[in-house]
Design a protein around this ligand. Structure first.
Ligand code: 5MM
Length: 341
């Protein structure tokens, strides 16, 4: 098998029928925010306990194909001394790793961000491969403010970084998840989100082609096309699905291994209902799956609250949410299923 075949095989496994990805790659500042919300101190031990709880939830392997880890987590061990990537492997869940090193301000473009982490990436990928990772993730952040932000410079700089990252990952035998996230913060309309998402994806696929990245051997992790959180005109799942599919059909090549949406700050129920509507809208060239962070973990954090005695309830909450998203992945979810979850 050559390198691009290996990348494509992993991409296919990650979008296996009825399964999606758990994004558990919160960097230290982000996991601190999540823990603050339930009054739990963000110590290395608490982060390990929480992640072990997630990864050992009974039955999640039925709905979860892969987990994205953070650098600290891929090096941690479970209570019985099993490395966390090995714990996942034994359950048939593929371990992956976030390899970007976060976003910084884009010079000369106030309000805009560029993601860092290309320096020395080749060596880091080799180490992650030895630690058990089979796929990688890099997140670029695109902000919408009025009619002038994002700038072309921001879109192009982030697309170029994503393409270079994707090529390096495939060279290391790892499947890149390419994540250009157009944020839902702000009061912009769904039309403006569509315009920006189209421009961002168009730039990403031009750069991926220039860098000779094998499209079968990547997964795309995009935002759904949505109105901004503070936009007065909110839209139901059918409207979101129509705008999202129109955008993707215009710009995402059919060769792409699969699309795994981020949840981006939608409530767990909204993210699941929108994923369901996307899958009901008829056959598409790509699998439409999920790679949710908050939309899978919110109910888990709320049930856990840092208490070992709540671990079982927290694991049940994860399993239920994953199951509902698995149903949405097939277009078989409805809101009544939320009762009692
Ligand atoms: C889980 O959160 C990931 C890491 O974010 P930071 O680098 O800011 O700590 C994030 O990349 C995540 O994988 C995606 O945004 C999807 O998560 P959501 O919560 O949007 O589904």
């Amino acid at each position: 098998m050559d390198l691009s075949d290996a990348a494509a095989a992993t991409a296919n496994q990650l979008v296996a029928e009825g399964k999606g990805i758990l994004a558990a790659d919160e960097s230290s500042p982000t996991i601190k925010k999540r823990f603050d919300s339930i009054d739990v101190e963000s110590t290395e031990e608490n982060r390990r306990d929480y992640r072990e709880l997630l990864f050992s939830a009974p039955g999640i392997e039925e709905f979860i194909s892969g987990v994205i880890l953070f650098d600290e987590t891929i090096r941690q061990k479970s209570d019985d001394g099993t490395p966390l990537p090995e714990l996942l492997n034994r359950r048939g869940i593929i371990p992956g790793i976030k390899v970007d090193q976060g976003k910084i301000d884009l010079t000369y473009f106030p309000g805009e961000k560029i993601t860092e982490g290309l320096d020395g990436l080749g060596e880091r990928l080799e180490e992650y491969r030895i630690l058990g990772a089979r796929f990688t993730k890099w997140r670029a952040v695109i902000t919408i403010i009025g009619e002038t932000i994002p700038s072309r410079a921001c879109i192009e700089a982030n697309a170029a970084a994503l393409a270079r990252y994707a090529a390096l990952s495939q060279e290391a035998g790892l499947t890149p998840i390419v994540e250009p996230e157009v944020l839902m913060d702000g009061k912009h309309t769904i039309e403006r989100c569509e315009e920006v998402t189209l421009a961002a994806l168009d730039a990403v696929f031009s750069r991926l082609r220039e860098h000779r990245v094998s499209l079968e051997g990547i997964l795309l992790k995009p935002n759904m096309v949505l109105p901004g959180k503070d936009c007065p005109q909110q839209i139901g799942p059918e409207g979101v699905a129509a705008a999202t599919i129109r955008t993707f059909r215009a710009v995402v090549p059919a060769a792409v291994g699969g699309i795994v949406f981020l949840s981006g700050g939608q409530s767990p129920e909204e993210a699941t209902a929108n994923l369901d509507a996307l899958n009901r809208a008829g056959p598409q060239p790509w699998e439409l799956s999920f790679s949710f962070g908050r939309a899978l973990q919110q109910p888990v954090l709320a049930a856990w609250k840092g208490e070992a005695g709540n671990a079982e309830a927290a694991q049940e909450a994860l399993c239920r949410r994953a199951e509902l998203n698995s149903l949405a992945r097939r277009g078989d979810y409805n809101r009544d299923m939320e009762t009692g979850s």
